[in-house]
Design a binder for this molecule. Structure first.
Ligand code: NAD
Length: 440
């Protein structure tokens, strides 16, 4: 299809850099025009995009709109409404020794040509939401969709050049060879979403050119359930957060930490919630996605021995179907607790209470998200103060990333940098310091 041979990467970057040098991408009008075109692409091609997302991941049309297409439209609208205001230079006070006529301010400068590398799990959202920020900041962009979501990659490779300024926005499809060729080029920023192993490859390549990176990575995001909470509400929210996209969500609750008594009551509550959301046979539910490929399917089914199956466990390799599954009595050293699950398996690990849960979290890599279900303000505050995670959700998984004014990103092993809304402008711009002193 559109796969370039390695030497084409240099040509693409050179062409985009030449455009950037003309200054064409800098005016507010160009930026807002590109964002409106991207918005039109999404609203006019919803069915095509939804069909591609269904082909890649079995996503329902409703979910494709909610978590990918409309998600990016909202991000565009949020940005269009505020961009002119965000771009206004910000005055800062000047010290007296420079005189009363000196002025100082900061202004946002575009960086130049940026590279966005996306993963397969939300293949449209995770390519386009960073592109929104890159364009809003006045950059030229090379967008590299994931080869593991080939239908979505192909649709985006066709639609983006048809709607956007092709001298400033390029799509490069492909996998490791194509991405490796791109990474040999000099970019002004690299925005990577995916796993930490490739994150390290990206950062190493970026270091050659002193290119700054944003790494949106993953990891095991814990959910702590406190004693005495309404377990039907907790189970409903856990199920919706965990099994969305068949658990293939970077901020999905990876595992549950709770005390043994609460665990015993949570197990049937989770079973009821799975049935309420997906019906008695989730395989027949249009709302339930499929595992992206056989490799991930095999990896996930191997994890099912890590505990007592309380809910689900049913699977079908030819359909890449793995039922929403809850595992109880899981040992902290079991295989399911040794890697990010990234699929529809929810282990429950028992702890004595908040103290042990906090220690458990702090003994491991800093997660991308941490969820706390507690009616005690004191307990919620303790988690906020005593743990470190990319984001913290009290009472509701996943939803923090839909708040455009909240920065979205990881910390430590879950990544570096942040985006969404104004935070994307920060990421894709240089905040230039300016001082002015009249000559007279
Ligand atoms: P993936 O396999 O699609 O890889 C991501 C990108 O890296 C792809 O575009 C791929 O082509 C590229 N890539 C793969 N190997 C490469 C190599 N050797 N050199 C250069 N580029 C290479 O997706 P994935 O990594 O399996 O995604 C899942 C991971 O991403 C999970 O850990 C998940 O938590 C994380 N994730 C994080 C976020 C976030 O916003 N923080 C969002 C989604 C997924």
């Amino acid at each position: 299809m559109n796969h370039p041979v390695p030497e084409q990467a240099a040509d693409i970057v050179a062409r985009l850099r030449a455009t950037f040098r003309t200054g064409r991408t800098k005016p507010l009008e160009w930026r807002t025009d590109q964002l409106r075109r991207l918005r039109a692409l999404l609203t006019e091609n919803g069915p095509q995009l939804a069909a591609a997302l269904h082909a890649d991941l079995g996503k329902s049309a409703a979910e494709a709109h909610r978590t990918e297409i409309d998600f990016v439209v909202r991000e565009i609208d949020h940005t269009l409404d505020r961009l002119a205001g965000w771009l206004r230079p910000e005055p800062v006070p000047v010290p007296a020794h420079l005189g009363a006529d000196a002025r100082a301010w900061t202004q946002y400068d575009p960086l130049g040509v940026v590279l966005v590398i996306a993963p397969w799990n939300y293949p449209a959202q995770l390519l386009l939401a960073p592109v929104v920020g890159a364009l809003a900041a006045g950059n030229a962009v090379v967008a590299k969709p994931s080869e593991l979501a080939p239908a979505t990659s192909a649709v985006l490779a066709r639609l983006l050049p048809a709607h956007l300024d092709t001298d400033a926005v390029a799509v490069v499809e492909g996998g490791v060879p194509e991405t490796t060729a791109l990474l040999a080029e000099r970019f002004d920023h690299i925005f990577y979403t995916g796993n930490g192993t490739v994150g390290r490859i990206v950062m190493r390549a970026a270091a050659e050119h002193l290119t700054p990176v944003t790494l949106e990575l993953g990891g095991k995001s814990p959910a702590f359930v406190d004693r005495g909470t309404d377990l039907d509400v907790v189970a409903d929210r856990l199920v919706r957060g965990k099994f969305l996209n068949a658990g293939q969500t970077c901020v999905a609750p990876d595992y549950v930490l709770t005390d043994p008594e609460t665990a015993a009551a949570l197990e049937p509550a989770l079973a009821r919630a799975v049935e309420a959301v997906y019906g008695p046979d989730p395989a027949a539910s249009a709302a339930y996605s499929r595992i992206v490929n056989e490799r991930h399917f095999d990896r996930l089914t191997r994890l099912l021995d890590s505990g007592r199956v309380v809910v689900g466990g049913v699977h079908d390799r030819t359909a890449r179907y793995l039922a929403p599954t809850v595992l109880a009595d899981v040992d902290p050293s079991a295989p399911v607790m040794r890697e990010e699950i990234f699929g529809p398996v929810l282990p429950i690990v028992t702890v004595s209470g908040p103290d042990e849960a906090i220690a458990f979290v702090n003994d491991r890599d800093k997660p991308l998200a941490l969820y706390v279900f507690s009616d005690s303000a004191g307990t919620r505050e303790r988690f906020a103060a005593e743990t470190s995670s990319g984001g913290l959700g009290h009472g509701l998984p996943l939803a923090h990333l839909t708040v455009s004014d909240l920065p979205f990103g990881g910390v430590g092993e879950s990544g570096m940098g942040r985006y969404h809304g104004r935070w994307s402008l920060e990421t894709f711009s240089h905040r230039k310091a300016v001082l002015e002193k009249p000559l007279g």
